[in-house]
Design a protein around this ligand. Structure first.
Ligand code: PEP
Length: 256
């Protein structure tokens, strides 16, 4: 029995219109039911957040966003603030996803501003970290992860750290069908937990959830979720269909 509650979070990325999202949520809510054994969240695109929030009313499934701007308001065309997300009853926000880092040039310093703003607004950041294939092949995985942790969590104190979820997502495993082996994933998760124990303390590190992300699906989830330091999944492709997403929630229920 794990001391940390599993979290299965769906990152829909740039998929689903608002009404398609509501249909998907209805199917997920019906299949998952009122269970609270596993935390479950869906993260639609911005345009689907409000209707998703309404569709989730009365269920135990939480709402998350995929990004936000660190500033509270102002001249930031195209951006969304933490306060705006809170007003739609979002609980989580994915920050520092590798696609944001790669295609939108997000740096650890900028991501750190977002982490700070999210916490201030009582949103739980899901902070994504992970190495590219080239970095793994040149033996730099743990250095890269350490740099991203140091940068992303700069200035965060222990009382806030417990509200942060980390997601280890090897970039080479995202959307590629290539999943990290359980040993590869557990090695990095254990390294992250050790780093957290040094940065905060052992008790805090023991409470923080570290998700795995990268081609997780019902077939490979049981083995990954059985690892000591893997506390759930951030799910891309397999979160776009009710059956595969619900099967992942069930896998977490069985692994708990
Ligand atoms: C992701 O983008 O966070 C992700 C894990 O995607 P996929 O499951 O499709 O690899």
């Amino acid at each position: 029995m794990k001391s940390r509650k599993f979290l299965i979070a769906g990152n829909w990325k740039m998929n689903k219109t608002a009404s398609d999202g509501v249909d998907l949520i209805k199917d997920i809510v019906a299949a998952v039911g009122p269970q609270t054994e596993v935390d479950v969240a869906v993260c639609p695109p911005f345009t689907g957040l409000e209707s998703a929030s309404k569709a989730l009313e009365g269920s135990a499934i939480k709402l998350g966003a995929q990004n936000m701007h660190p500033k509270a308001s102002g001249a930031f065309t195209g951006e969304i603030s933490a306060e705006m997300l809170r007003s739609l009853f979002a609980s989580y926000v994915i920050l520092g996803h590798s696609e944001r880092r790669q295609y939108f040039g997000e740096t650890d310093a900028f991501i750190n501003e977002k982490v700070t703003a999210a916490l201030k607004n009582l949103l739980k950041p899901i902070l994504c970290i992970g190495e590219t294939l080239q970095e793994r092949e040149s033996g730099k995985t743990l250095d890269v992860v350490k740099t991203q942790l140091e940068g992303g969590l700069a200035g965060v104190d222990a009382s806030n750290a417990v509200n942060i979820v980390l997601a280890y997502e090897p970039v080479w495993a995202i959307g590629t069908g290539k999943v990290a082996t359980t040993e590869q994933a557990q090695e990095v998760h254990a390294f992250i937990r050790g780093w957290l124990a040094t940065r905060f303390d052992k008790a805090v590190a023991g409470k923080m959830r570290i998700l795995y992300g990268g081609s997780m699906k019902p077939s490979n989830a049981p083995e990954l979720l059985a690892q000591e330091d893997i506390d759930g999944g951030l799910i891309g492709g397999a979160s776009l269909e009710a059956k595969s997403f619900v099967d992942l929630v069930k896998a977490a229920m069985s692994a708990g």
